[in-house]
Design a protein around this ligand. Structure first.
Ligand SMILES: C[S@@+](CC[C@H](N)C(=O)[O-])C[C@H]1O[C@@H](n2cnc3c(N)ncnc32)[C@H](O)[C@@H]1O
Length: 206
């Protein structure tokens, strides 16, 4: 089994080579599949079992991910995902044949993968989606509230306090939160209590 080294664990020459190539961990001058794997640990990303769970337990056809950067994990579980990010060095990452091949090797659905990348600010977007993802990308639940269909789901973490925004929003109903086990593959959906202090993802319904 291939093991990927996270950029956050790299040392010495490996780290120097990474920095020479991309310029910066958080603001790379360009992105590619290698950068994605080093940043997100490829298929060991712990959000992957969360998306798998959502796919298996809810009727979700369309997904929007404002402030996505190149976090393509939803596309392993969902065939139709719209990514929105204003970061200017993403270029054609979402159309890169290496990236598409990587997804096709790990996706859990039969259909062809459709990834739409909107390289703009997320505040002025249109559309209605079954699932919206807010992960370390600013106040997405506030700014993009209208992108979520009535009855749609919001998956949100508190990296940028957006879970707090969601808990304060009377139009959203808290359904539960996710515990990802140490193997990064198993997930437990917890419906008792709010666990607002833990680093995790929370699920709401509009
Ligand atoms: C810290 S990264 C998080 C990336 C990814 N969601 C994750 O959890 O790993 C935040 C991203 O949000 C994007 N972002 C912040 N504000 C935005 C806005 N108003 N419109 C579009 N993208 C935005 C940034 O460009 C950046 O790529």
């Amino acid at each position: 089994m291939t093991k990927y080294t996270s950029v956050f664990d790299m040392k010495g020459k490996t780290f120097d080579d990474f920095m020479r190539k991309y310029g910066d961990i958080f603001n790379p001058r360009f992105v590619d599949l290698e950068y994605y794997k080093a940043y997100y640990l490829g298929k060991y990303d712990e959000t992957i079992p969360i998306f798998n769970y959502l796919k298996q337990h809810y009727n979700i056809d369309s997904v929007v991910y404002p402030g996505s950067f190149i976090h393509l994990a939803p596309s392993y579980a969902f065939s139709n995902v719209t990514y929105i990010d204003k970061y200017e060095h993403v270029d054609d990452f979402f159309e890169d044949p290496d990236v598409l091949k990587y997804i096709s090797l790990h996706k859990i659905y039969e259909e062809e993968t459709k990834m739409t990348f909107i390289n703009e600010a997320y505040e002025k977007q249109n559309g209605q989606y079954d699932l919206m993802i807010s992960s370390n990308g600013g106040p997405v639940s506030l700014e993009c509230f209208d992108l979520l269909k009535d009855g749609g789901l919001l998956l949100v973490n508190n990296g940028h306090s957006d879970a707090d925004n969601a808990f304060d929003n009377e139009k959203l109903t808290f359904l539960g939160y996710f515990n990802v086990k140490g193997d990064h593959k198993t997930v437990e959906f917890v419906t008792e209590g709010k666990s607002k202090k833990s680093e995790t993802y929370y699920l709401f319904k509009k």
